[in-house]
Design a protein around this ligand. Structure first.
Ligand code: GTP
Ligand code: MG
Length: 324
């Protein structure tokens, strides 16, 4: 038995260290990743992936802890994937003593994974996708992916989610304009967290206004409907992760969005897009490797040097490398 299939067996019986090791193999795209994926991919497709993004310090981790606890209470197996957290995801005061280690299944029901956003083969979004596949195959029902929503990379990360929640807070004022339009565009549920603080109503109004200036939602938006034919208009919810209010409503909105996505074909479309991105990334890497193996890294470097020296244009370089 290879070490990978040995590891798989232990992971599937719930061994936390083996699960963590499997995740590392696919996260870093180590040589065993292909075998791990070959074994586990057929078991994927049942997890619901919820992306949670938003400006730094908005309470995403606290909210994710609340959500994780609530899904857990419902009997779901839950995993949290925190990307590049400013501090290790601990579950804070909410999950408190129940989580002492960075990664563990608690009574087989909750798993926490922190990952760095840099240095991944094919990008952090693809690495997140691979990690989600493993958790999915191991029987996790809900995967919560937390990332700071500031750049394009983060937009790519939450794209792996079936449902994307954008978390903002009262009092952002003009800063709310700084939330990238791209992030607002892909948000399926808008959350004003820290609603225990003053200014929640204004924040809701600001979001509604920004939303109405956008292009998504069509006629349903004016009538205040969440769903209108094939369109989805992101509802705006208030939560206080601190006081544990609005969590059930947030879960209900996530569930409604999931239902709409399944019925409208949006879920299939997103999953197809994700599969395409994954395959194309691997294809690109495989092609580069194939060419490099065939003609040698020195020949590739030489062509690159000639492009840099303006002796050769990039198109001609690629044509030459492929034809060599
Ligand atoms: N008043 C109030 N404070 C909150 C609420 N939720 C979180 N906080 C506090 O806000 C601070 C930041 O919370 P985090 O959950 O770490 O926020 P985050 O968005 O995950 O932060 P980053 O991952 O660093 O971007 C902490 O001090 C929390 O206790 C809330 O609903 N109300
Ligand atoms: Mg956080």
């Amino acid at each position: 038995m290879s070490s990978a299939s040995d590891l798989l067996e232990r992971a599937r019986s719930g061994n936390t260290r083996s699960i963590a090791r499997l995740l590392t193999i696919v996260e870093n795209d180590e040589p065993d990743a292909a075998e791990v994926m070959r074994e586990l991919y057929p078991l994927t497709g049942t997890a619901r992936v919820v992306g949670v993004t938003g400006p730094p310090g908005g309470g995403k981790s606290t909210l994710v802890s609340r959500l994780a606890g609530a899904y857990r209470d419902r009997g779901d197996r839950v995993a949290v994937v925190a990307i590049d957290p400013s501090s290790p995801f601990t579950g804070g005061a909410i999950l408190g003593d129940r989580i002492r280690m960075r990664e563990r299944f608690l009574d087989q029901g909750l798993f926490i994974r922190s990952m760095a956003s840099r240095g991944h083969s094919g990008g952090v979004a693809r690495a997140t996708m691979r990690v989600v596949h493993i958790l999915d195959a191991l029987g996790v029902g809900t995967v919560l992916v937390e990332t700071v929503g500031v750049g394009q990379e983060e937009v790519e990360v939450v794209r792996v989610a079936d449902t994307v929640c954008l978390v903002t807070v009262p009092g952002l004022g003009d800063d709310i304009q700084a939330i990238k339009a791209g992030v607002l565009e892909i948000a399926d549920v808008l959350v004003v967290n820290k609603a225990d603080r003053p200014g929640a109503d204004e924040a809701v109004r600001d979001l509604a206004m920004m939303q109405s200036l956008g292009t998504r939602g069509g006629s349903g938006r004016q009538r205040g409907l969440e769903r209108e034919g094939s369109q989805w208009r992101a509802p705006i919810l208030r939560t206080s992760a601190f006081e544990n209010t609005g969590i059930a409503e947030l879960m209900a909105a996530i569930a409604r969005h999931g239902e709409w996505a399944r019925e409208s074909g949006e879920q299939d479309r997103r999953r197809r897009d994700a599969a395409r991105a994954e395959v194309e990334t691997l294809l690109r890497e495989a092609l580069v490797k194939q060419v490099t193996d065939r003609i040698g890294p020195a020949a590739v470097d030489a062509a690159i040097a000639r492009v840099a020296a303006r002796e050769l244009d990039p198109y001609a370089a690629v044509e030459g490398l492929l034809g060599a």
